[in-house]
Design a protein around this ligand. Sequence first.
Ligand SMILES: Cc1cc2nc3c(=O)[nH]c(=O)nc-3n(C[C@H](O)[C@H](O)[C@H](O)COP(=O)(O)OP(=O)(O)OC[C@H]3O[C@@H](n4cnc5c(N)ncnc54)[C@H](O)[C@@H]3O)c2cc1C
Ligand SMILES: NC(=O)c1ccc[n+]([C@@H]2O[C@H](COP(=O)([O-])OP(=O)(O)OC[C@H]3O[C@@H](n4cnc5c(N)ncnc54)[C@H](OP(=O)(O)O)[C@@H]3O)[C@@H](O)[C@H]2O)c1
Length: 480
Amino acid sequence: MGDAAPCGDGDAAPTRAGGVRRVAVVGAGAAGLVTAKNLREEGLRAVVFEAAPQVGGTWDIANANSSMYTNLRTNLPDCVMEYPDFPFRAQQYGVPDSSFPSHTAVQHYLLDYAAAHDLMPLVRLNTAVQYAGPLPGGKWSLRTVSTLETSADVAQAQIEEFDALVVCNGHYTVPKMPSDTEIPGLSSFAGLLMHSHSYKSAHDLFRSERAGAQSAPKRVVLLGAGNSGIDIAIEIAQAFPAAEVVLSHRKCKGNASQAQLLTYGSGPKQVRLRERREIVRVDGTDWRTVHFADDVGAMQDVDAILLCTGYHYAFPFLSPEAGVDWQSEPGCVTPLYKHVFCIPRPSVAFVGLPWKVAPFPLFYFQSRWIAAVFSGRAVLPSQSEMHADREREQQLREGDMGLPRRYMHMLEQRQWEYNRVVADLAHVPPDAPVRRAIYADCAAARRHDPVAYRRRKYIPLGLHERDFRVLVDSNDVTPP
Ligand SMILES: Cc1cc2nc3c(=O)[nH]c(=O)nc-3n(C[C@H](O)[C@H](O)[C@H](O)COP(=O)(O)OP(=O)(O)OC[C@H]3O[C@@H](n4cnc5c(N)ncnc54)[C@H](O)[C@@H]3O)c2cc1C
Ligand SMILES: NC(=O)c1ccc[n+]([C@@H]2O[C@H](COP(=O)([O-])OP(=O)(O)OC[C@H]3O[C@@H](n4cnc5c(N)ncnc54)[C@H](OP(=O)(O)O)[C@@H]3O)[C@@H](O)[C@H]2O)c1
């Protein structure tokens, strides 16, 4: 392909990324699989490089980099999670009464997707992309190595050329660890200190050597109240009902001088958590005293701190010449047009950067757009227009919405409009409004009770917003 001709300021010529024939895709998780399928449907040849021995990415718990834990169930209902072109129903995977199946069910769904679309011939398993960089004529050079080799033998590396590159390597594998500058004394904490990435189960955690065999913890602090913090805090509190489990986070609404008690669920599954502001310091003669940014007082004899502090974007294989900066500012991958195309070099595109979204539908629309642009069926605006769009977006986020810069790729409520715009740019039909409505109902139920919401079973009946039913234990609880 001819890479985009450089456009000067004010250049209104559309950016042509079409004419691509052969595309390298990095990663065969949920993003890479749907990308491969959509590229092929536009007549492009996709080669998908996957470092692991299996497709599925983080949903394959055997993948060394997976952040899944043993008892994890989805936090989105099956019918929201699904790719728009392949229904996902938990009951097909042995879960008849709930729409929130285990990670194993999702992995089976992804394997079924790959089989139904005959994607495996496009995937090179056990093959890691070590380097991807642009060549002078506009093509891309990739260096890959077999992950089956025991030593990194440079002689075994393969070099290949492609017309374009799609990055689908996920962003939940490189843990964000607060430094000792952010939380003085944290690295000296003498109890168990672990990031949620390494968490597998509450019992495994306290069976570890450092905590002593099978010792039940008395005090556990989880830092960060994203889905990992909340879900794992609940697991630990259910596994060790006598333990004091503290969920420490920046958005804690509790009184600054009172640790709020949260009670979720009912019956034997009921859990009680204490909510505190964020950890500010660790000290004490035994280095097990934790201080919080509230006036409630320090907590002593803490057995474990779980850092549920999220993850960094990382593209270690991407050459600096690609023109994408992902290292200068945490949470920011720039300069991209609508979170997808690298503006100065649109022959490289990203699937899945946005967060607080329903990932699979978003992957579907982004990859349909990429495939349409690479095949020439859709055209990007001029470079100056793409830069202007990015600046408007930045102004909206940081100015009008008051979001911190690290939230650059956070969409949340705006994901539906985003998917609609991307579908429009790809000239494909938009998503069904019923997905948005079920997502909103589930989010409200999760906020209300993060233990009980997974008892819900959603039944989509059509495409329109109100076309669904919700059952709990066979009772109809559909909102009016
Ligand atoms: C704990 C947890 C729970 C989640 N729960 C939900 C949920 O309930 N519902 C939901 O919709 N989403 C959930 N998600 C979000 C989840 O990340 C997405 O659903 C989706 O799986 C992401 O897919 P991906 O393909 O972008 O990334 P990944 O699944 O991470 O796949 C990336 C793939 O790229 C490969 N790779 C990386 N680098 C290279 C390289 N250099 N060369 C070759 N291959 C490479 C990796 O081996 C991996 O297979 C959860 C995430 C986590 C971490
Ligand atoms: N299926 C499930 O049940 C399930 C379970 C776990 C995870 N997940 C998914 O996995 C993905 C990752 O979730 P995650 O919860 O691991 O990451 P996350 O959503 O990025 O949340 C991390 C949280 O930690 C906070 N944080 C970071 N550094 C901090 C510090 N120094 N002090 C205090 N707080 C700090 C962040 O606050 P700021 O926002 O202020 O930066 C944020 O709220 C998401 O897609 C999530 O939905 C799903």
